[in-house]
Design a protein around this ligand. Structure first.
Ligand SMILES: NC(=O)c1ccc[n+]([C@@H]2O[C@H](COP(=O)([O-])OP(=O)(O)OC[C@H]3O[C@@H](n4cnc5c(N)ncnc54)[C@H](O)[C@@H]3O)[C@@H](O)[C@H]2O)c1
Length: 266
């Protein structure tokens, strides 16, 4: 029997990348999983590939989306034991070129969207959890940028630092519901966000506008060299780190930020 048998999990942004790998990992351990993504087609494809999974596509920057997503999850499964707040993307530039829209977009997806998901979940927890109910898990995805900052990453770093603040606050607030709340801060993981700029389809949709994501070859090389392990993380590496915070072995760990960066500490 898998360690997560009988658990219900929501992974946001699980249509591709780290979220998709995490959904597969949690399902392989026995959980039934909700696949959420902005891109409905990829969400449905991933859900179709995982036994017992359902797709609930939604743009989490829509202020109504979080309540609808949590309500639909609870209506389908009747409970929710694991929430992985993963949806996000990077939009970088030096501060003098950074528009208000760019700042708002980074805070919106990384801070406000997570806040609304957690608030919606908290409203359900209040009537359905106490110190004696089985341990539930929240895992919020941050970044080394949120801990250490990075040139041209000001808005993204601010959003990812907010994730850490929310994590530490809720760990204190939700102990009485027997919910552990931890963050995983990733270094560079191989997804479309870290693949070479030139490679198609490096397209992310922000407010209905297509745009490029990715890194230059030089940035990718520098990220590899910064790690004592000499490589970027794979999505399986990332999913494994998230899984640690969902597994029963981490039941006494809460309010922590797990640095999963291949040894990069700055
Ligand atoms: N890849 C890295 O190096 C890295 C490093 C540190 C942190 N992270 C974080 O990990 C998370 C996952 O990133 P990834 O690398 O797997 O990227 P990805 O682009 O491969 O996957 C992210 C998914 O989130 C979805 N998404 C984006 N905005 C959304 C919205 N408004 N509503 C619903 N879904 C939305 C996208 O459609 C996409 O499928 C992000 O929060 C990212 O900031 C990534």
């Amino acid at each position: 029997m898998g360690a997560l048998e009988g658990k219900f999990a929501l992974v946001t942004g699980s249509g591709r990348g780290i979220g998709e790998a995490t959904a597969h990992k949690l399902a392989a351990a026995g959980a039934r999983v909700v696949i959420n993504d902005l891109d409905a087609d990829v969400a449905r494809e991933v859900a179709a590939s995982i036994p017992g999974a359902i797709a609930l596509p939604a743009d989490l920057t829509d202020p109504a989306a979080a309540d609808e997503l949590i309500d639909a999850t609870l209506a389908h499964f009747g409970g929710l034991d694991i929430v992985v707040n993963n949806a996000g993307y990077i939009w970088h530039s030096a501060i003098h070129n950074m528009s208000d829209a760019q700042w708002d977009a980074m805070i919106d997806i990384h801070a406000s969207a997570q806040f609304r998901i957690l608030r919606a979940y908290g409203r359900w927890l209040r009537g359905n959890a106490d110190r004696d109910t089985p341990v539930r898990k929240v895992v919020n995805i941050s970044s080394t940028m949120g801990l250490h900052g990075g040139a041209t990453q000001l808005a993204y770093a601010a959003g990812k630092a907010a994730v850490v603040g929310m994590t530490r606050s809720l760990a204190k607030e939700w102990g009485r519901f027997n919910v552990t709340v931890n963050a995983v801060a990733f270094g560079a993981i191989e997804t479309r966000l870290t693949s070479p700029y030139e490679r198609e389809p490096n397209i992310s949709v922000v407010n209905g506008q297509p745009r490029k994501v990715g890194l230059s070859h030089e940035q990718i090389e520098m990220a590899k060299q910064a790690s004592p392990l000499g490589r970027l993380g794979t999505v399986q590496d990332a999913a494994n780190a998230i899984y640690l915070m969902c597994a029963p072995e981490s039941d006494w760990i809460t309010g922590e930020v797990l640095l999963a960066s291949g040894g990069v500490r700055s």
